[in-house]
Design a protein around this ligand. Structure first.
Ligand code: PSU
Ligand code: MN
Length: 302
């Protein structure tokens, strides 16, 4: 396995010294946001992790290796290059054996992080159960991955491009604890509201770290979904976003968008049709998640 994994010396040293590390995904750079904001955001998020006292490790597949920790230039490539493969779990062997550029989703990033022993992963939003999944069977591999890989996921909840209710049901089926930080309601990415009560609420980083430690000490495998609501000043009302999301889903259907292209299409459509307002919210919330994830990592590694 080792020849397929490449760590930066910084990540390797931090792992050896048991210092807190925060994993970050690369699909959000290549398929989640437009250039150059994607690159600026990825670099800013890494800096936030550093400034708050942990080591960032952005993960991607380059030249046949799972790279844990990317250089500035590598992040730039993932932000600019058009032919980057979106890599979920099923794509890992293909992209490695073909030696092509692969941007890792939540699922693939978690798996690679766990291979090297990183326990905390920060992103914006996870994949989930899509609206109409009862017909399309479109359920993200992010969820099945969370059922089996011991890496905690900090996100801003679930975008309503997904069916939030079905996603929460499915996550329960998979045995994944869902914790919202600091409020009763499960957030919906752009908004602090979703209409769904969070299965669990915790109000401090130490309680969250304690829950993680407890789960894994018991030998219960899998992730914990930690939802960190967007700050009030950055949020877009749920009903405002809902209009754009319905339009986006309608367009995707009309254009026959299927499979792995659905999520990137919806994200791009929404970014383009909200005059960038949604992009600013997206950037703000991921920065906020980076802070919270770093704080949890610091307690976990004490
Ligand atoms: N949701 C977002 N932003 C993203 C993604 C999802 O708000 O960038 C990306 C993540 O990489 C996630 C992936 O893991 O999309 C899920 O894709 P799919 O639905 O095809 O599993
Ligand atoms: Mn899908």
């Amino acid at each position: 396995m080792n020849s397929y994994i490449k760590l930066t010396s910084e990540v390797e040293e931090s792992l050896q010294q048991n210092k807190p590390i925060v994993a970050l995904e690369s699909t959000i750079i290549s398929h989640g946001m437009p250039y150059p904001k994607n690159v600026e955001t990825a670099l800013a998020v890494e800096q936030i992790v550093r400034d708050n006292g942990a080591i960032p490790a952005t993960i991607a597949i380059i030249n046949g290796q799972c790279c844990v920790g990317l250089s500035k230039d590598e992040i730039e490539v993932f932000g600019k290059e058009k032919n980057v493969w979106k890599v979920s779990i099923r794509d890992i062997p293909y992209v490695i054996s073909k030696k092509i550029f692969g941007a890792t989703t939540v699922a693939a990033t978690m798996r690679i992080a766990s291979m090297v022993g990183i326990k905390i992963f920060v992103t914006g939003g996870i994949g989930g159960v899509h609206r109409g999944a009862e017909k399309s069977m479109d359920i993200s591999a992010d969820l099945t991955e969370m059922a089996q890989t011991n890496v905690a996921v900090i996100c801003a909840g679930v975008k309503s491009i997904l069916d939030i209710g079905l996603t929460l049901e499915y996550v329960e089926t998979l045995g994944i604890p869902v914790v919202t930080y600091g409020q009763d309601e499960f957030p919906s990415f752009y908004s602090r509201q979703s209409g769904y009560t969070s299965p669990l609420r915790l109000d401090s980083f130490s309680e969250i770290a304690n829950l993680l430690q407890t789960k894994w000490s018991l030998g219960l495998k899998g992730s914990v979904l930690i939802a960190n609501p967007i700050n009030e000043k950055d949020e877009i009302p749920f009903t405002t976003m809902e209009q754009y999301i319905l339009q986006a889903i309608q367009q995707a259907e009309k254009q026959g968008i299927k499979g792995k292209n659905v999520t990137p299409f919806l994200l791009q459509y929404i970014a383009e049709n909200t005059q960038g307002e949604s992009l600013e919210a997206n950037i703000a919330l991921i920065k906020n998640n980076a802070k919270v994830g770093t704080e949890i990592a610091k307690v976990l590694y004490l």
